[in-house]
Design a protein around this ligand. Structure first.
Ligand code: ATP
Ligand code: MG
Length: 427
């Protein structure tokens, strides 16, 4: 392959002979001079062509053709970026089929569905590339924070033999002579890792087979989870608030241009986050005239309403009724109808849930029975806590949900490179 300098770097390297390469954003052919706006992932530059033969070549260029240009950067009083590129040669590397499936840089916004159908091209727009550059920073900030604090990354299996949360909303899959499922959560595996490695994390896909039809749910999600031994819910809530602030600060620092393109201003919440109990939350909503009773889950509009009432960009709802949380959530000794569980609400929506887990086999059996589940179907799970399991706790952040709040998108499909919802399985 040929050596080339990225356009972002070439813009700063004046009067050196360089080769740049990228995609033709547009061309303009005037009487004596032609222009090519050339783009790569690092930015754009105006290629100014005066030579007649090269001007002929420019006339044949179409949008999204890939070309290679050798020449040099000079300062310019007229070009937007303050520099232009004067070519010695232009070579077509690969032509793009015309017309393009949609107008990448048009005035009219293309429908999300069309953009998703041609996602490979949609990634080239400033809007979409900004979202995924921000998502990448969220991921690296997440990994960096946990690695620095001694957490070990682990990889759970995605094909599993039975429901980890006890629910029914699983995708089934034939597995030789058996029936298998796509994991709805890495729950059991993160617990098994934590009771040996103590502090672990994973970034893993999970699948939920609910027939969602909302702007906030997908059927395939990436979850960013931690699990920690010798910890209770309060311990991991601290980790969660700190990592969230760390991720937001890092995005603010590293992605000012991307945030500007998306018209998003990040408000970094103050530490520590406010803790509101589930019961207080229900009362606040009831006082504000909402139809909700103790034991109900909050709807998405109620999460927004509660955010207004609490008046914080981020906060925790803790001490949930046992009926709303999975069987493995640790009940309060003095009031077993309430469990050591929490949700973190950021920017008006749930981005994370967590619990202190039950590490006592007998209590697990009891909770399963209370939920109408048969402990015999969970023998393997329960057994893993029979040989020296310390108390432990953990949480899960949805990557796409978090990206949505950070970028200010209203549809979660914008924040998954290749979203899977009820209708979409391609690309
Ligand atoms: P919600 O109440 O928002 O439907 P949940 O409580 O069912 O979510 P959890 O099991 O708590 O979800 O999963 C942990 C996190 O994973 C959630 O806080 C959310 O950020 C994300 N998440 C869960 N389910 C989905 C989904 N279907 N689509 C997108 N993100 C999801
Ligand atoms: Mg939840």
């Amino acid at each position: 392959m040929f050596e080339r300098t990225q356009i972002g770097k070439a813009r700063e390297s004046l009067d050196e002979s360089l080769t740049i390469a990228g995609w033709v954003k547009r061309t303009r052919v005037l009487r004596n001079i032609s222009f090519v706006i050339l783009r790569d992932v690092s930015g754009e530059i105006q290629v100014t062509v005066k030579d007649d033969e090269m001007r002929k070549a420019v006339e044949d260029l179409g949008r999204e053709d890939v070309i290679k240009v050798t020449g040099r950067t000079v300062s310019s009083e007229v070009a937007n970026t303050g520099v232009e590129f004067i070519p010695d040669s232009i070579e077509v590397v690969n032509k793009a089929k015309q017309p393009l499936p949609f107008d990448l840089f048009g005035q009219v916004k293309t429908e999300l569905d069309t953009r998703l159908n041609y996602r490979f091209m949609d990634f080239r727009t400033e809007h979409t590339s900004s979202i995924f550059k921000i998502q990448n920073v969220l991921l690296t900030a997440f990994r960096g924070f946990l690695t620095d604090r001694g957490y070990m990354e682990f990889q759970p299996p995605c094909v599993i033999a039975s429901a980890s949360e006890g629910g029914a909303d699983l995708f089934m899959l034939p597995y030789f002579e058996k029936q298998a499922y796509l994991a709805q959560s890495p729950q059991l595996y993160k617990q098994m890792c934590a009771i040996s490695f103590e502090k672990v994390y994973t970034i893993t896909p999970i699948w939920r087979a609910e027939k969602f039809n909302t702007p906030t749910h997908l059927n395939e999600v990436r979850q960013m989870d931690i699990e920690q031994a010798f910890a209770d819910d309060e311990t991991v809530m601290k980790v969660l608030e700190e990592i969230l602030v760390h991720m937001l600060v890092t995005v603010k620092e590293k992605c000012p241009n991307e945030l500007e393109i998306l018209g998003r201003e990040i408000v970094v919440p103050e530490l520590p986050f406010r803790h509101v109990t589930y019961t207080e939350s229900i009362e606040m909503l009831q006082d504000a005239g909402e139809e909700i009773a103790w034991g109900d889950d909050f709807s998405k509009p109620q999460e927004r309403k509660l955010t207004e009432l609490v008046g914080k960009e981020a906060f925790f709802i803790k001490d949930w009724p046992s009926v709303q949380k999975a069987f493995y959530a640790m009940p309060y000794e003095e009031n077993p109808d309430v469990v050591h569980a929490f949700d973190c609400i950021y920017s008006g929506i749930e981005i994370s849930s967590g619990t202190m887990r039950i590490h006592l086999p007998e209590l697990l059996r009891e909770q399963l029975r209370k939920k109408g589940l048969n402990p015999d179907n969970f023998t393997h799970y329960i057994e893993s806590f029979a040989y020296g399991a310390p108390p432990h706790a953990g949480w899960s952040i949805g990557l796409e949900r978090l990206t949505m709040t950070v970028t200010g998108m209203t549809n979660i499909r914008e924040c998954s490179m290749f979203p899977r919802d009820r209708d979409r399985l391609v690309p």
